[in-house]
Design a protein around this ligand. Structure first.
Ligand SMILES: CC/C=C\C/C=C\C/C=C\C/C=C\C/C=C\C/C=C\C=C\C(=O)SCCNC(=O)CCNC(=O)[C@H](O)C(C)(C)COP(=O)(O)OP(=O)(O)OC[C@H]1O[C@@H](n2cnc3c(N)ncnc32)[C@H](O)[C@@H]1OP(=O)(O)O
Ligand SMILES: NC(=O)C1=CN([C@@H]2O[C@H](COP(=O)(O)OP(=O)(O)OC[C@H]3O[C@@H](n4cnc5c(N)ncnc54)[C@H](OP(=O)(O)O)[C@@H]3O)[C@@H](O)[C@H]2O)C=CC1
Length: 342
């Protein structure tokens, strides 16, 4: 080998590539490499596999979208999404529609869902039916499901996304405050699931995806109400998966971590928490985004998850494993916000 100094040699580390020729000799190729032997050509590869997809922080559609699954993954399907007019539910509606699905989005505020439906239809070319309904009220929810079935003649997927939450220590929760969160999250999930099972899924099969949270996994401070509600939903997921499996209904939960551009983060975190969690405690060192949650829901709803039921897909960057759960510091921060009237 021609003489060269050690530095040059290290930076041009030889790689034994290819496979032995019939005579057992290797064809040696030289490629410029890093000191640890990775070919420099590999260094210009696509981004790492934790690279987040594009997202926008507002309740607007993505300006552009790069498909990772087939654009027809949900063609001919109809999804019924509670709380689909904002945040994670809105993005789920968008991503489903970009994959051929028509949607029904339901919430208490008809203006909110109507404006959302206009955006979603304009961008995706699919149909989106906005309906008013309160998941706590079986009558309004039944009326919404009836309207959905009149419009589309089918519902294949139910996304139980509607929820309510706020930061509050258990000691300061009123009876009605606790009941309200349980009613929206847990009872609302049961109501929508029962209505759709009886009106369509029992005879045609279907998929139910319950949007939960990791709050109860470590007794998150100031979240006893939402943590209890979501834990009950994860139990419901298992029970319904067992009882409704023979009817070809798959039931799974999707548990987001802290997600940027959402009402949830605005209510529960804001600048302080967002900064703290971002910098130090989340293993993937960043918040999640709504598109990542929508991709998880797309997987769960699609035939890619055909043998998956009764379980929870946690999409939180590992945050529940490590995020701070400091009672004193959190109470101090909450108290100061209360004093500021925030
Ligand atoms: C600053 C950080 C400080 C410390 C950090 C420490 C801990 C942080 C904890 C968690 C963060 C960790 C990780 C973040 C990652 C993930 C988050 C996990 C889950 C996220 C879940 C969600 O995001 S849920 C969706 C969020 N969106 C919404 O909530 C929108 C819908 N919400 C609503 O409609 C209302 O907020 C509602 C839920 C209250 C329902 O409204 P409505 O039906 O009109 O009910 P009301 O009549 O208004 O109220 C009913 C009773 O509830 C009482 N109440 C209302 N708000 C509060 C409050 N803020 N505190 C206490 N009590 C409240 C109200 O007074 C009523 O009770 P009465 O006794 O008066 O009748
Ligand atoms: N954001 C985050 O970081 C996390 C969110 N999650 C979960 O993700 C889901 C979406 O959260 P996010 O996008 O942040 O919050 P949003 O507040 O944007 O979404 C909640 C939606 O639910 C609707 N809703 C609330 N109460 C009712 C009701 N009684 N009947 C019908 N619809 C209702 C609201 O519309 P309207 O007011 O018009 O009724 C709203 O559109 C929730 O289930 C939440 O618990 C879980 C972990 C983390």
């Amino acid at each position: 080998m021609r003489k060269e100094n050690a530095a040059n040699y290290r930076s041009r580390h030889a790689l034994l590539l290819g496979r032995p020729s019939p005579g057992g000799r290797y064809k040696v190729q030289y490629r410029r490499c890093t000191r640890s032997g990775i070919p420099l050509s590999a260094m210009s590869q696509p981004p790492t596999l934790d690279q987040p997809p594009a997202d926008v922080l507002t309740d607007d559609c993505l300006p552009e979208y790069s498909y990772m699954y087939s654009p027809t993954l949900l063609s001919g399907r109809v999804a019924f999404i509670t709380g689909g007019g904002s945040g994670i539910g809105f993005r789920i509606a968008e991503i489903f529609m970009r994959h051929g699905c028509d949607t029904v989005i339901v919430s208490r505020n008809l203006q909110r869902v109507s404006q959302a439906a206009e955006k979603l239809q304009a961008v995706t070319g699919r149909r989106c039916l906005p309906l008013a309904g309160d998941v706590r009220n079986p009558e309004t929810l039944t009326a919404a499901v009836d309207e959905a079935l009149r419009t589309f003649s089918r519902v294949d997927i139910l996304i139980n996304n509607a929820a309510g939450n706020f930061l509050c220590p258990a000691s300061a929760l009123s009876f009605n405050a606790f009941k309200t969160v349980i009613d929206i999250d847990t009872v609302g999930t049961f109501n929508a699931s029962k209505i759709l099972f009886e009106k369509f899924f029992r005879d045609h099969g279907g998929v139910i995806i319950n949007i939960t949270a990791t709050l109860s996994y470590r007794g998150q401070v100031l979240q006893m109400h939402a943590g209890s509600a979501k834990a009950a939903i994860e139990a419901m997921t298992k029970h319904l998966a067992v009882e409704w499996g023979p009817s070809r209904v798959r039931v799974n939960s999707l548990a987001p971590g802290p997600i940027s551009g959402t009402e949830g983060m605005r209510r529960l975190g804001g600048a302080e928490l967002e900064a703290a969690m971002y910098s130090s405690s989340i293993p993937l060192q960043r918040l999640g985004n709504k598109t990542e949650m929508a991709h998880g829901a797309l997987f769960l709803a699609s035939p890619l998850a055909s043998y998956m039921t009764g379980t929870t897909l946690v999409l939180d960057g590992g945050s529940w494993l490590t995020s701070p759960n400091q009672l004193a510091a959190s109470l101090e921060l909450w108290t100061s916000k209360m004093k500021e009237g925030k």
